[in-house]
Design a binder for this molecule. Structure first.
Ligand code: NCD
Length: 325
């Protein structure tokens, strides 16, 4: 478990004394509010560096192994961009079918192999708990880029940064999560992370896709305010952040069940007239039909800006676990 940074004001400190040096990033439960402030500050610094100089050599000579057992566009390419903007390089393993995994190699052995060549491993895998298995096998830091329906901690960190940058603060906000709350790992991580703040959470989903009871229980024990709804209308006017999710087709065992819920909610320009003028709509992307393109030009549509914050958060995390922040 990582320990909190002891000097949050020293962005680019000495290697081994850096508090996150060598740590894994597996679950948002590893972070406290002070850690988040630190990550936000380093991400902010990364943003201004990218805007000023584009690329800089903080991680020159370091290698990232980007190990993806599931499809990804944003997470994979933003980790690659993050490493390359910091002067490092990347071993991309996207097509696991061409690697030794198809010969029956275990995840632990694959990770032990990659750490011979790389300094940090980013892993996306269809099984919940796979990131822990990888982290236990590896001596080098492992960053969880999504483990099945479990967690997606780097997404939650970029989501929290987005809210903070767009609305100025997190305390006091009403966040409404909409769609597939059962299988969506992004909402599992984000709900947990928001429990560090005074946030009121609304969950709007079809009965079949409700937020798992164990997560609601976990957050209840932290005294988080959570209310479940079947319908968006009642809560849209009070919402500061509407977090929309894709129905996770690939997680359904029965395709008929997916058909029943696949178009349960659609956000569009007309429906959003009922929402506040100052609020944001987020989505981890990819979207399918749950947000209509007629809303994309609305200033409240934050989902494309949200992707960009992902670059800065991932630059910050790589610098931190490699001892440079
Ligand atoms: C999400 C994921 O992989 O969980 N995508 C992402 O990382 N931005 C959400 C999704 O696939 O629906």
């Amino acid at each position: 478990m990582p320990t909190p940074p002891n000097n949050p004001h020293l962005p680019f400190g000495d290697q081994r004394s850096a508090p996150w040096y060598g740590k894994d990033v597996i679950s948002v439960n590893q972070f406290n509010r002070e850690d988040l402030e630190y990550i936000f500050a380093v991400s902010h610094e990364m943003r201004s560096m990218v805007e000023r100089v584009g690329t800089f050599d903080l991680l020159k000579g370091k290698i990232l192994a980007n190990l993806f057992y599931e499809p990804s566009t944003r997470t994979s390419s933003s980790f690659t961009a993050a490493m390359e903007r910091l002067g490092g390089s990347v071993i991309p393993i996207n097509e696991v079918k061409y690697s030794s995994v198809t010969k029956g190699e275990t995840l632990a052995d694959t990770v032990r192999t990659l750490e011979c060549y790389a300094d940090v491993i980013v892993l996306r895998h269809p099984e919940t708990g796979s990131a822990v298995i990888a982290a236990n096998a590896a001596r080098k830091p492992v960053i969880n880029a999504g483990d099945g329906v479990g967690e997606h901690p780097t997404q939650a960190l970029l989501d929290a940064l987005t809210i903070r940058e767009e609305l100025g603060h997190l305390d006091g906000l009403t966040v409404t999560m909409l769609g597939d709350l059962k299988y969506g790992r992004t909402v599992h991580s984000l709900a947990r992370l928001l429990s560090l703040y005074k946030v009121r959470l609304n969950y709007v989903s079809p009965e079949l896709l409700r937020m798992p009871a164990e997560i609601i229980g976990e957050l209840n024990s932290k005294k988080m305010e959570q209310v479940e709804h079947a319908n968006l209308d009642a809560v849209l006017p009070e919402t500061d952040v509407l977090y929309v999710t894709r129905v996770q087709k690939e997680r359904f065992e029965d395709p008929a069940e997916y058909e029943k819920v696949k178009s349960a909610y659609v956000i569009n320009a007309a429906g959003m007239q009922a929402a506040k003028a100052r609020m944001i709509v987020m989505h981890p992307l990819p979207r399918v039909t749950e947000i209509s393109m007629d809303f994309d030009t609305d200033p409240r549509a934050a989902y494309f800006r949200q992707m960009e914050y992902g670059l800065y958060v991932r630059m910050a995390l790589l610098a931190m676990v490699l001892g440079k922040a």
